[in-house]
Design a protein. Structure first.
Length: 171
């Protein structure tokens, strides 16, 4: 490859590749109850709480609409599923999501208290101190969803699936 062509491809690459964000509506297909709970939450409306001037400030957007500022991404406003769980482009397909370990290999993240404290930590303005345990209970969008899946007999594949094992061996 000629050096000038390589340099052109290198600089064009970020815009040339598709977004890793798919948007919360894509999650709704399989996670209807989780989506419903999220859609009614302050996270879904976090960007709407900003004034017009604040919507232009990266400092405000980094918590209220973290994914919105990413160029070439899906239309994402507020704190979406992917803000906490990572861009879903690769783990979103049902065949991947059925295997928890495989989904994690493809980019699914499980939020931790540290993830929450990126925006709800001590340096950010807040009316009340942030209590992770209380906050997780307020945004619990997985307990009812998992109970419904269990009741319907839908079970994820064991984490030792052949595909996940094969992928792990190739790392």
């Amino acid at each position: 490859m000629r050096p000038s062509l390589f340099i052109a491809v290198l600089f064009a690459a970020p815009g040339a590749f598709a977004s890793d964000l798919v948007g919360a509506v894509s999650c709704r297909t399989c996670h209807a109850e989780a989506y419903r709970i999220w859609a009614q939450s302050p996270h879904a409306r976090a960007a709407e709480s900003l004034s017009a001037d604040q919507r232009k400030q990266a400092l405000c957007l980094q918590c209220h609409s973290r994914d919105e500022a990413r160029q070439g991404q899906a239309d994402v406003r507020g704190v979406s599923c992917e803000t906490c769980h990572g861009g879903g482009r690769f783990y979103q397909p049902a065949v991947v999501m059925r295997d928890k370990e495989l989904a994690h290999l493809f980019g699914l993240s499980d939020p931790t208290p540290a993830s929450c404290k990126v925006c709800h930590g001590g340096a950010q303005p807040s009316v009340a101190p942030f209590d992770v345990k209380q906050a997780m209970q307020r945004i619990d969008h997985w307990t009812a969803d998992r109970a419904a899946r269990k009741a319907s007999g839908l079970k994820p594949q064991a984490s030792g699936s052949r595909l996940a094992t094969w992928l792990r061996e190739r790392k």
